[in-house]
Design a protein around this ligand. Structure first.
Ligand code: GDP
Length: 330
């Protein structure tokens, strides 16, 4: 059997920026084994003083909008600027649609090969809540390892945007120019969360449509209430293939960073996120314990058919199970 690494092994490896150790530490954080989970939380506590010094950027957009391509191009621009970049994903594997898998490293070949970049796909086999909890810890580990820009990708469908929004400083929405109907497919809620919108594939024949889309998005954004930070989300155009506009995107994010550091919003936002993180962890740990409890498993198996048939109320059974769980864990 392989020798188990000690807390000190993980800690010194991560703090020295050792990529193999960082990967192992993330695997530890993602483990479902109780002994790993305990060690993982000790590790995260230990490295905490070395975290926080990055810009955390969330990236979303529907499949096909060009997220992987954008991350490859934009990521390489950041590396040229001397940044150290970590790319993470927040999507439960079961929901992951084809074409957005960060594990598909072929589409991020250059990034994946660069020592200053670190790419980690979404942890497999968790629900969204679980993935989120692991990704937050992974962000901290990456920061402790010296990465100063963290990109968190998510597919632009469903609930995962809210989750990513709650773990980043800047939330970037990628969209495409359409034939005048570009706003229809994007949920209002997602636009409202965005700190910046980028119309991707803005090049050649597509340029004039992209410019029209830009005006449409700007008009639409005016109708939204002011963002919490007071920042007015810009709408930019870019091409992940020609790389036009990528520099402007970095300038926008840097400006946001400077303004929100100065105003105190960045720290305030992160404080709120930490509380949310606590609440999510509580929910995650509680439900894990609950569903792994043998008495609960047994009772659930026995009683479920009654709920299914309509003989017993779901609320009554839920309350009964909760009573059993807490009575027996005193
Ligand atoms: P994802 O599903 O959002 O990750 O999208 P991908 O990065 O896989 O891109 C989907 C398709 O759009 C691929 O064929 C890319 O080559 C293409 N693509 C991405 N960005 C651009 C761009 O800026 N211009 C053009 N012309 N094609 C792009």
């Amino acid at each position: 059997m392989k020798k188990r690494l000690s807390l000190e092994d993980y800690k010194s490896g991560v703090l020295n920026g050792n990529r193999v150790r960082l990967s192992q530490a993330i695997t530890l954080v993602e483990s479902r084994l109780e002994q790993d989970s305990k060690l993982a939380s000790e590790l995260v506590q230990e490295i905490l003083p070395h975290t926080g010094k990055s810009i955390r950027i969330g990236i979303t957009g529907v499949p096909g909008v060009g997220k992987s391509t954008f991350i490859e191009s934009f990521g390489n621009l950041l590396l040229e600027k001397g940044k150290r970049l970590a790319v993470l994903a927040v999507d439960p594997s079961s929901q992951k649609s084809k074409g957005s898998i960060l594990g598909d490293k072929t589409r991020m070949e250059k990034l994946a090969a660069d020592k200053k970049a670190f790419i980690r796909p979404s942890p497999a086999g968790f629900t969204l809540g679980g993935v989120a909890a692991k990704t937050r810890e992974t962000i901290l580990l990456c920061e402790a390892a010296g990465f100063d820009v963290i990109l968190v990708e998510t597919v632009g469908v469903g609930q995962s945007e809210t989750t990513v929004k709650s773990m980043v400083d800047f939330f970037l929405l990628l969209v495409l120019a359409g034939a005048g109907d570009e706003l229809q497919g994007i949920k209002k809620g997602i636009m409202e969360m965005a700190d910046g919108i980028v119309i991707n594939k803005a090049e050649a024949d597509n340029m004039s449509a992209a410019k029209r889309a830009k005006v449409n998005y700007q008009n639409a954004l005016h109708l939204f209430p002011k963002t919490e930070s007071g920042w007015i989300p810009p709408v930019l155009t870019a091409s992940s293939i020609t790389k036009a506009g990528l520099e402007d995107i970095w300038n926008m994010i840097s400006e946001y960073e400077a303004i929100t550091v100065e105003s105190g919003f960045k720290e305030e936002n992160r404080s709120q996120q930490r509380i949310k993180w606590l609440e999510e962890n509580l929910q995650f740990l509680l439900s894990n314990r609950f569903f792994q409890n043998s008495m609960i498993k047994k009772k659930l198996l026995e009683e479920k058919p009654k709920v299914q048939s309509g003989e017993k109320s779901p609320l009554a059974l839920a309350r009964e199970l909760i009573e059993i769980f807490f009575d027996n864990s005193k």
